[in-house]
Design a protein around this ligand. Structure first.
Ligand SMILES: Cc1cc2nc3c(=O)[nH]c(=O)nc-3n(C[C@H](O)[C@H](O)[C@H](O)COP(=O)(O)OP(=O)(O)OC[C@H]3O[C@@H](n4cnc5c(N)ncnc54)[C@H](O)[C@@H]3O)c2cc1C
Length: 289
């Protein structure tokens, strides 16, 4: 492993200007569970790691106000898992984070790192695009925001520029009678990356049967986390019964871009999307009720 400098800026401005001065030789580090693995495997060899853990801005807040949820980029998966408000209001996030790595990993790994690392299997990203999350970003030119769905451009690629720092994720107020669920499909129960991930969020009308809004997020089924918009359109406005769910499941399987990999064949992934979209929609509706 190459030697590197480890810098501990105390403010966002200092971190950004350090990153600008080191240029391509620098990398931000939060929990380090992705960065250190990449360094050890020789995939990257930064001359300088800029730690985000000493910033006075903190970036480790979980704030739930008037139905809107703000999650700082440095919030760890374990903090999310143990948050009473997330458990009560956003169980779809609990489904995702409580199955990431192990407790030791979740104690240090951050939600921001999971998003910026941008692998198609990122467990945090799939429920967050389903929840309609936005990202807030800060760089040398100031702040900007965008939908998380638009943030990913390819495997390990995002719209984040080199010096920019992800500040927080903002989840807008959900419609009434909304529920969501995420399933990480794996061969083992722990310490496993998903063969695929499926998140479904459904809002119900006052009759508790008609779907007024639907969002479906799929992971490892395209180069980036994706939404199954054709399947969502099948659910929206319908009384959700077995027939409608089956159609939505098939539509999601058709629109995903599943491929063969060491963890699963494309045909298997498509079959499982069809099944899991239906299964997660049922859990989502239970939770909405
Ligand atoms: C044993 C093991 C098991 C794992 N299991 C899973 C799993 O089940 N599911 C899963 O999704 N992931 C898993 N991971 C991957 C990893 O833990 C997560 O992606 C984690 O959330 C990354 O967060 P981090 O804080 O460690 O990121 P870091 O490694 O510190 O950073 C990751 C990337 O993001 C950048 N970065 C970090 N924070 C910011 C920020 N705020 N602004 C700008 N750039 C930033 C870094 O420069 C780097 O490029 C596992 C990893 C290990 C080692």
């Amino acid at each position: 492993m190459n030697k590197f400098d480890y810098l501990t800026p105390s403010s966002l401005d200092e971190a950004i200007s350090l990153c600008a001065s080191y240029g391509e030789r620098a990398r931000y580090i939060a929990g380090g569970t992705d960065v250190m693995v990449e360094i050890k495997e020789g995939k990257i060899s930064p001359q300088c790691l800029i730690s985000l853990r000493h910033l006075r801005e903190g970036l480790d807040h979980i704030v739930y106000e008037k139905g809107e949820l703000k999650i700082g980029a440095l919030v760890t998966h374990r903090m999310l898992e143990l948050s009473p408000v997330i458990r009560k209001e956003f169980p779809i996030l609990i489904d995702a984070v409580e199955n990431i790595g192990s407790v030791q990993i979740r104690n240090v790994a951050t939600i921001g790192g999971n998003i910026v690392n941008a692998v198609p299997s990122a467990d945090g990203a799939i429920p967050l695009i389903t929840l309609g999350a936005h990202v807030r970003i800060r760089g040398p030119k100031g702040e900007r925001a965008m939908a998380l769905e638009d943030f990913f451009t390819g495997p390990r690629q995002t719209l984040l520029e080199r010096e920019e720092i992800l500040l927080e994720l903002v989840i807008p107020k959900l419609p009434p009678r909304t529920g969501g669920a995420y399933w990480k499909h794996t061969r083992r129960a722990a310490m496993e990356l998903p063969i695929l991930g499926v998140a479904v969020q459904i809002s119900l009308g006052t009759d508790m049967q008609t779907c007024t809004e639907a969002r479906i997020g799929l992971g490892v089924l395209a180069p980036t986390p994706m939404r199954a918009k054709k399947a969502e359109a099948i659910l929206k406005g319908k009384k959700v019964d077995d027939e409608v769910l089956e159609k939505a499941g098939k539509a999601a399987a058709n629109e995903c871009k599943a491929r063969d990999s060491i963890r699963g064949k494309a045909w298997y992934r498509k079959d499982m999307v069809e099944v899991l979209v239906q299964r997660m929609a049922r859990v989502a509706m239970e939770r909405a009720r």
